[in-house]
Design a protein around this ligand. Structure first.
Ligand SMILES: NC(=O)c1ccc[n+]([C@@H]2O[C@H](COP(=O)([O-])OP(=O)(O)OC[C@H]3O[C@@H](n4cnc5c(N)ncnc54)[C@H](OP(=O)(O)O)[C@@H]3O)[C@@H](O)[C@H]2O)c1
Length: 230
């Protein structure tokens, strides 16, 4: 039985039945090649088989390598497009009702939270910051108002580590914000404990749980009804 290389590989792309046939063909092809090379060149069968296995293994590795490189290039290109070419996503267009809509940001007086406030104010949202230190919130809101004179601002001073009940959240956050249109709520305030758990003070662990775990759930709970209504 005579088989040529391309014929074998073309057959591989067809139906399952033909795939089985082509595999038999591939084997016969290899056997024919092996025998004829052995006869013609006195090369040992095992040497030729080793070469063939090495060739197949090399092709597989090359194919996997090529796919990996292509995937990395695609991901790099999409990240480049997202960060440098595409315009920022317009949350105001999508979520604001009108120019009176607010974003509410817990822990908005610093770090990531303040960056969120800045970017949302740039898009046209009014900004409400809920965090611990009133003086700090006021300084940051002033900064935003200088940069974006058209926006309204609101400050809510609330210590998440000192208020453990939903009723506290309702009274000091929910009731204060019940008349504004909340388009987006960022539950960003957080506290990171660094060090060995067994060396941490009880108070530190307690504060951390209250800020990181209770704050997002309780704040959401006291604001969710008015957000659903809108
Ligand atoms: N930065 C990072 O690399 C990183 C990495 C992973 C996750 N995060 C998370 O991202 C969030 C923001 O991080 P960040 O680095 O931007 O934080 P940050 O700069 O330390 O700012 C924290 C903000 O939360 C407020 N806050 C802290 N404790 C509070 C409390 N008990 N009650 C009320 N407000 C309180 C702070 O207000 P005061 O200044 O008035 O206290 C401040 O506005 C956190 O949840 C953090 O765990 C950050």
């Amino acid at each position: 039985m005579e088989f040529t290389g391309p014929a074998v590989f073309t057959a591989v792309r067809t139906s399952t039945k033909r795939k089985t046939l082509s595999l038999i063909g591939l084997r016969s092809y290899l056997e024919t090649e092996v025998v004829s090379k052995c006869l013609n060149n006195s090369v040992s069968v095992s040497a030729i088989l080793e070469n063939t296995v090495a060739l197949v293994a090399f092709s597989l590795c090359a194919a996997i390598g090529l796919i990996t490189v292509l995937r990395s290039m695609l991901s790099l290109m999409s990240s480049f497009t997202r960060h440098f070419l595409r315009a920022p996503y317009n949350h105001f267009q999508r979520y604001a009702k009108d120019k009176d809509s607010f974003v509410v940001v817990t822990g908005g007086s610093d770090g990531i939270g303040f960056e969120i406030c800045d970017q949302m104010a740039e898009q046209g949202f009014n900004v409400c910051i809920i965090s611990r230190t009133l003086a700090k919130i006021e300084i940051k809101l002033k900064e935003l108002q200088v940069k974006y004179p058209k926006i309204q601002t609101k400050a809510v001073a609330f210590d998440f580590s000192k208020n453990a009940k939903i009723s506290d959240y309702k009274e000091k956050i929910g009731d204060q914000l019940k008349d504004i249109d909340i388009a987006m709520l960022f539950l960003n305030a957080g506290h990171i404990n660094i060090g060995n758990f067994h060396e941490m003070e009880d108070q530190e662990i307690q504060d951390s749980i209250m800020i990181n775990s209770m704050q997002p759930v309780f704040t959401m709970k006291v604001l969710v009804d008015q957000m659903i209504e809108r």
